[in-house]
Design a protein around this ligand. Sequence first.
Ligand code: ATP
Ligand code: MG
Length: 381
Amino acid sequence: MLERILGIIGGGQLGMMLTEAAKKMPEHISDVIVLDPTPNCSAAQVGAKQIVGDFKDKNAILELASKVDILTYEIESGDSAVLKIAESKTTINPSPETLRIIQDKFLQKSFLKDNSIPVTDFVEIKSFDDLRKKIIHFGYPALLKARRDAYDGRGNFKIKSENDLEQALNYFSDKTLMLEKFVDFKMEVSVIAARNTKGQIATYPIVENIHENNILKMTIAPARVTKEVSHEAEKIAKKTMQVLHGAGVFGIEMFVTRQDQILINEIAPRVHNSGHHTLQSSKISQFEQHLRAIIGLDLGDTTLIHPTIMYNILGPDNFQGKYKMPDIKFDNLYLKMYGKEESKPQRKLGHANLVDVNDAGINWLLESINSLKDKIKPIPT
Ligand code: ATP
Ligand code: MG
């Protein structure tokens, strides 16, 4: 039998679902090893071997690289310079060079703009004076963003007027920054796209993302947009994959403006929360697709078989500690918990997919999820 060991930097929920997908293709992947700082991390609970260590620990990354035939990651904050060194020991996908561009929001947007892919106006910010001068061209509100290591909107500061300038800059202390024109969008959408090592490209249908407190709360597949918008988003996603040359699955977050224009907000070089619906809604999940892409298999079918809502199960505010989930039985509702021992406010603990197998419609999906909301909730124990 073929010996091909997969390594993943990060063993949280994404690493977990990648491991589960890998275990379903033993003819292609014989074993999985993850690097994660939490002993018995989510991925380890479903059969991955684990090196306990920090995502940025150079020795731990090199150790992992020396043990695997192909290396990938579930987080984009890895050290691309260390990964470049690790490339002498194993194959890494997406490549460290692709990661280097994507993990810096300013480099990423510059790259997209240089390739004529639509993004909102943006500019690098070096100092307070710089900010004061440049924001004049953008107008208010504008968004000051940390270029690197941001997640769940924590690296963003909305500047509403001149009075906010100082506070905005102080919020970031010594981080490298960029300024973005505020997009008055009517919807946030995303396209999960894949490119395999042979250059083949596939996209899943456009989905609609609903955020609460800057965290993804719900994904509606497919998005409630016109055919033209969905076609345009697909075209932009495909073009992005062509110029990026990365192998793997990428989550491409976009805005639909009030004029139905599509702008890319940001790209995640990994499987994405807004693609979790594919576990039930599609023939091939984004996790299997990612593995197929990085090991050079033909990409799988991305057709959306049934409209589906993905609802994130987040840790309730004002509670930290052990919890359990209630027993919920509802036709075609699939709960996926990530095996995290403790709940923390807004922590992603799991998700639920509700699949519309009877073609009852998106409104039925929305109403049903709404009626289940209070039940799909962790209970403190
Ligand atoms: P996450 O981890 O949630 O994907 P992040 O911390 O990397 O995100 P962004 O994706 O850049 O941050 O922004 C978070 C949210 O802020 C977006 O989903 C969107 O709602 C809003 N946002 C970001 N940029 C803009 C913009 N230029 N105009 C208007 N809203 C924006
Ligand atoms: Mg984002």
